[in-house]
Design a protein around this ligand. Sequence first.
Ligand code: ATP
Ligand code: MG
Length: 545
Amino acid sequence: MDGFMDVDIIAGLDDNQRRAVSSGSRHILIVAGPGSGKTRVLASRFARLLKDGASPASLLAITFTNRAASEMKARITGLSPNRLKLDIGTFHSFCFKFLKKTMPGFILFGRAEQAEALRGLGVKAVDRTIDGISAFKNGMVPDAEISGILPGYEEALKKAGALDLDDLLLKTIEALDTGGYGLVKTHIMIDEFQDINPVQSRLVKLLGKNASVLAIGDPDQAIYSFRGGSLKSFMDFEKDYPGCEVIGLNRNYRSLSAVVSASQAVISNNQERIRNDISFTAEGGRIEILKCADEKAEGEFIVKEIERMMGGLSSLTAGDHHEGMRFSDFAVLYRTNRQADALKEAFSRAPIPIHIVEPPGPDFADFIRHLKSKEVPSGSGIPEFIRAEGDSLGLDKELIDLFLMAANGLGEGEDLSDLLDDMTLIQPTDNLDIKADKVNLMTLHMAKGLEFRVVFMAGAEDEFMPLRLKGGSDVEEERRLFYVGMTRAKEILYLIHAKERRVWGEDKERQPSPFVEEIPEGLAKKVTKEKKAVKKRPVQTGLFE
Ligand code: ATP
Ligand code: MG
């Protein structure tokens, strides 16, 4: 491929990473730790194949989020002077594009349309039912309630000529199974393979019949078993793809030694795991375990700490590398979305810009519906049209920006309806703009694959971590989730637990997370600040408000 010739794709990679990028084996499994360059290797291998002459259409990379896909595309196209159309996306977006070509004419039901259909069938607990149907379509056993509603639901889809998100995979599998579609993929590369579910695994196998498959993942970071994700596909890879080459990456380039050692100590408590000893590349870093009075004090501590670190060098201890801190260097991670409220309130009293990573609200679906009823006036581009419509409805800038971002990502010949389809596949992390200078707040699940200089884990308490649910909890999975959170930090990690917290409207005594206790003494500094937060009035935003 022209243009790639001048770029040394493997410069800066270590030996194992180079091997992963250059290997000519038909199938490859890369088992690797956090921050070991998995995502980087995948992008480099994609670029290497292009450089070696593969046509862009013959390559497919599957990422866990749309966000990771656009980042990877940008990284690869950045290496090439030509604008390339690359097939990189989530399972959903790949299947959607495939079906649009092979069985055009269907419409896509997002959550809002599913909810509407279910309400039409008299379902009250709509959200739970949507999740139940999705779990069923991903290979889990449905309960009686879901079984009862399924026939009516399928009928409603059929009447509307619609597929839901899970159908995208099922229909693609059906099509590939019967064959005859002339799919030209020669290389399939999948990131975050540890979280693949049986349906996705089946799809990969079909795609891999005539192609090389590269699976990359970290079994210690498998955190989606509640959605049917299972380590089984990972464990079975060598059996399913006989003769595959297995490559290990075990140097963590992301985190300084304190974070690497502490997270290793925690994850080693899992019994069901493939042992993978991770080494660090640089000494340093800091872990602080903070005990505070309650959730208000927790929020206040985080805000103050960010202000302190952003405030200049005077108050900083040597060796912490705080120079040139930006708000986007900080993330606050928590186990449940409900925890965001108290944190939001603490931030509302400080001049710190934040972004909360969460599913889009009702305005989002309404805007899609509104745009569906319109046509782009001749002479206007799609972005201008979206901006005008969004402004006329008085929508949030962030929401409009999300649509504009998708509009800018449209390929040649794609129109408004393609854009609206893309929006149906949206995920909470899509509007996470790491370059925007804001502190990011999100659940541990959303933080997968990301990295920040400073991470605050809020509510590092028993009952949150592990999350204790009525039906019991899977402690090893919860430990993996905790491990994912810890390993997002490059330099400094705060684990914060409150003595008392308001949960479900009740003040409860809390204990630190048992995972926090698994960090060896000497690797973390313990600090206690039990004074309650001072009651303050909210900042007055305007004279007449
Ligand atoms: P995760 O398990 O969290 O998904 P990962 O294995 O995908 O992590 P990457 O995100 O690819 O890791 O890389 C982690 C960080 O390490 C990135 O900032 C990346 O640029 C850096 N990195 C990776 N490989 C190298 C290398 N050989 N030299 C220097 N930095 C590297
Ligand atoms: Mg990654």
